[in-house]
Design a protein around this ligand. Structure first.
Ligand code: 3AM
Length: 187
């Protein structure tokens, strides 16, 4: 099945992101229930592979990372493809990402090498932007690009199944892997 590992959002965070989406004058919004912070896209995996990964994730118990937001951004460079809320790439999040890559390798599937840019996708711009859309996007970013979004302490890594269809994908949470207690400040 097609699946990915992500951090589900706190309600207050989701509400703030929904408000930012409501002001966006272009693109295809990610439905509120689909907003998440992807840690790793796992692609199509067999039940045996997921079971092997499950064992590693169950033993994870890393300190709960703080999720802090760092303004809005666009992926795709000169051809913007999506708008996201950027998440600060803290040492904890980077360590978590690296650990997940390691667990996937132990479970028998190496994940592709890619830079980790933690984010929550807010909207997609499939088919490219017209000049007018580009101007709308620039105005939107000028107004909301530094908007503050409430952070939260993550409680778990969640394995989601992603089912593609005609509309937005359907994401079903399959298992939660709770973090341990949050790291104390200065630790
Ligand atoms: O968190 P975002 O929205 O950036 O884009 C998909 C989404 O990421 C990504 O996995 C997340 C949950 O669907 N995704 C989907 N297909 C992908 C692929 N083939 C992919 N990431 C990498 N390669």
């Amino acid at each position: 099945m097609r699946c990915f590992l992500a951090i589900a959002l706190a309600d207050e965070t989701r509400a703030a992101l929904e408000r930012l989406q409501a002001d966006l004058p272009l693109g295809r919004e990610v439905p509120a229930e689909n907003l998440h912070l992807t840690l790793a896209f796992l692609d199509d995996r067999s039940v045996a592979e997921l079971e092997a990964l499950h064992d590693g994730l169950e033993a994870l118990r890393l300190p709960a990372p703080r999720i802090e937001f760092a303004g809005l951004g666009v992926f795709g460079g000169k051809r913007p493809s999506s708008l996201h809320a950027a998440v600060a790439a803290s040492a904890e999040l980077r360590a978590l990402h690296a650990r997940i890559r390691g667990l996937a390798a132990v479970a028998g599937f190496a994940l592709p090498r890619e830079r980790f840019h933690p984010h929550v996708t807010l909207a997609r711009f499939s088919g490219g932007l017209t000049t007018q859309d580009e101007m709308r996007l620039a105005r939107y970013l000028g107004r909301f690009g530094s908007a503050s979004v409430p952070g939260f302490t993550a409680s778990a890594v969640t394995l989601f199944r992603s089912t593609l269809g005609r509309g937005a994908p359907v994401y079903d949470p399959l298992s939660d892997y709770p973090f341990g207690p949050a790291a104390t400040d200065g630790a």
